[in-house]
Design a protein around this ligand. Structure first.
Ligand code: NAD
Ligand code: ZN
Length: 255
């Protein structure tokens, strides 16, 4: 804890952000938790506890049981559609508007950052609704009825199954997005790491990369994580409560 308390610690971070030429934020499922979207751990109490995650989130799992996997994702699409961005998402969009050279990188596959006003977000793990053919890879636009149907659609080109555009177990990240994320972390003087457990690689490597390149790394999370030891400053709290205070302070400094 900073001697001046949480507000004082945020003031120091705000000052660093306001002075930086480049800064970056990495978000995880925790940033969407206050919108009612379960984190990985919360989900493990529900559907994930009854099914092997690799059965739900892998190309083999989809081939073996397409309807089960499709319905699991369909329910997530519906949950995201019914959810609203929370004050944490809004605060990150405000930071991106206030600061020069602020890059938002997310592991989330929802669109809540965009709906809160963030542009050009690097979606390392893809997006739920960026559908494509499992076999030939052709991108496909699905209408609402197709997105929420009980079974996956079929590719017009090759009759393969249409899959959600997320990165599954055993799949590589998009090389261009990964390069962009690495470059942003290496250039940043400040990195915010918000709502991620740091268990999923290679995303968890980004704060280490930033730190090695000289960035001041700030973790915002109610709990300790795998990344806590790498953070220069830890702010223990919910993103929807911490980030609006930070955004207020940054806005006062740069206006
Ligand atoms: P995770 O579920 O492993 O960890 C979530 C972290 O968020 C935890 O450290 C927890 O303490 C923290 N947290 C919980 N509530 C918070 C709050 N209000 N404010 C700040 N932090 C809070 O999530 P992860 O590290 O992103 O890894 C999970 C993987 O699952 C990712 O690859 C992601 O793509 C995927 N996933 C995505 C979503 C989504 O798109 N919303 C949801 C669940 C899982
Ligand atoms: Zn196809």
């Amino acid at each position: 804890m900073h001697p001046a308390g949480p507000e004082g610690a945020l003031m120091v971070i705000a000052r660093r952000l306001a002075r930086a030429d480049a800064s970056v934020c990495l978000t995880g499922a925790g940033v969407s938790a206050e919108s009612g979207i379960p984190t990985f751990r919360d989900a493990a109490k529900g559907l994930w506890s009854r099914f092997d995650p690799e059965q739900l989130a892998s190309a083999d799992g989809f081939r073996n049981n397409p309807d089960l996997v499709w319905r699991w994702y369909r329910d997530r699409v519906k949950a995201v559609q019914d959810a609203q961005p929370n004050p944490g998402h809004v605060a990150l969009a405000r930071l991106a508007r206030s600061l020069d050279g602020f890059t938002t990188i997310t592991q989330n596959v929802d669109d809540l950052h965009e709906r809160a006003g963030s542009a050009d977000v690097v979606h390392l793990h893809g997006r739920l609704t960026a559908y494509r053919c499992l076999e030939c890879g052709t991108p496909v636009q699905l209408d609402l009825a197709q997105r929420l149907a009980a079974e996956p659609s079929v590719c017009a080109a090759c009759a393969g199954l249409i899959r959600p555009g997320v990165v599954w177990f055993g799949e590589l990240l998009d090389g261009g997005l990964w390069q962009r994320a690495c470059a942003a972390c290496q250039q940043a003087q400040v990195m915010l790491v918000v709502g991620t457990s740091g268990l999923v690689w290679p995303a968890a490597e980004l704060p280490l990369l930033a730190r090695r390149a000289g960035a001041h790394v700030v973790e915002v999370n109610p709990e300790d994580t795998e990344l806590t030891g790498w953070a220069d400053t830890c702010v223990r709290g919910r993103s929807g409560e911490v980030l609006p205070v930070l955004a207020d302070q940054v806005e006062r400094m740069v206006s």
